[in-house]
Design a protein around this ligand. Sequence first.
Ligand SMILES: Cc1cc2nc3c(=O)[nH]c(=O)nc-3n(C[C@H](O)[C@H](O)[C@H](O)COP(=O)(O)OP(=O)(O)OC[C@H]3O[C@@H](n4cnc5c(N)ncnc54)[C@H](O)[C@@H]3O)c2cc1C
Length: 387
Amino acid sequence: MNGTNPERHDAIVIGGGQAGLAAAYHLARRGIDFVVLERDRRIGDQWRSRYDSLRLYSPAKYDGLPGLRLPMRGHTFPSGNEMAAYLESYAAQFGDRMRTGVSVDRLGSAADGGYEVIAGDATYRAPNVIVAAGFFREPYTPEFAASLDPEIRQMHSHDYRRPSQLGDGPVLVVGFSHSGADLAMEAVSNGHPTILSGRAHGQLPFSVDSRRGRVAWPLLKFIGSNVLTIRTPVGRKMRPEIRHNGGAPLLRYRREDLLEAGVELVESRVAGVQDGKPLMADGRVLDVANVIWCTGFRPDFGWIDLPIFGDDGFPKEDRGVVTSMPGIGFVGLPFQFGFTSMLVVGAGPDAGHVVSRLTNLRLGKLPSGRRVGEATPAERDRWPELP
Ligand SMILES: Cc1cc2nc3c(=O)[nH]c(=O)nc-3n(C[C@H](O)[C@H](O)[C@H](O)COP(=O)(O)OP(=O)(O)OC[C@H]3O[C@@H](n4cnc5c(N)ncnc54)[C@H](O)[C@@H]3O)c2cc1C
């Protein structure tokens, strides 16, 4: 499977997180020959490497992928490790079609048609490639972070695991996101005077942990999957906000919870560095011992050598299907179809849509123009699971 003798499949999935596994499920159900190429040695490592205290904001009932429930009571919130273990067991059903420790260096067009995927010395070819490599890949910190006094311990939320990484003294958490709220709560609970800077994108009127949260989840899920979508004006308005500012309302720790715990909330942004200390946009200079940057991530699609990206860095796609390059699809883009597209609960439906359109296109190219649901006995022999 080197450049002269590539390994050939009907479909290649790049990335074995929830989005890639959901794509694998739908490909397997249609009996399509595929492999999943995953950079990490172990499925679930993305979740294992998040901070120890993480509990998902979505309850177990909504954290499963198609065909296999998460083995927990419905309204409990899995930890990162529990989510990782679930994904690992989910992946096991695909056997040797899961290739871990394979990092894709390049996806491009193949000289003889279809697509070529290069991973180290190995080359793979397929007429269909689904990119499920995660959108939030590169931790982002503002450039001026480099000018902070080296005495100040600073880290991105991506590298934060536990409070023992913090030095004695005050903590500045930059970015009022879900993780910003979680980490500010953790810092203050561990005795650090804590400042949380930034503006939240609204909040639920109750915490997801509460009784009301339990009752409201089905409604939230319905709204996130059916109302806040690219099919409605309100969804189309929300999409750029989510895609570019990551704006989602606080679900667990809300303003009042943080204030009650003793966190100082400062709406002003961190604008730069003065004398080695964080300088706020309102002119305050903060004397802190630690800074945790909860400033989000940027996509990394530099390894995709196809002319499919718009000026905003997003692939030009229709519900995940790149119509200008037949056979190329994405799963796991924020707001790919709707608000839930970036959540576990959205991965299954989005992957189902992409796989069905890609495979229909492929079979649609047969001389008879037949589609997946109209397979011949010969096709069923080749793909026994075809519906
Ligand atoms: C702190 C935090 C809390 C969250 N909480 C929730 C929650 O409560 N509920 C919820 O539904 N969602 C939550 N999410 C959001 C979302 O579910 C996760 O971000 C999820 O991991 C995204 O899944 P994915 O499969 O799209 O991407 P990833 O999990 O990032 O998986 C992509 C995979 O692709 C692999 N990969 C990347 N590039 C390559 C390459 N070139 N070659 C081979 N493999 C590659 C990576 O190794 C990775 O395993 C949370 C996210 C964060 C950061």
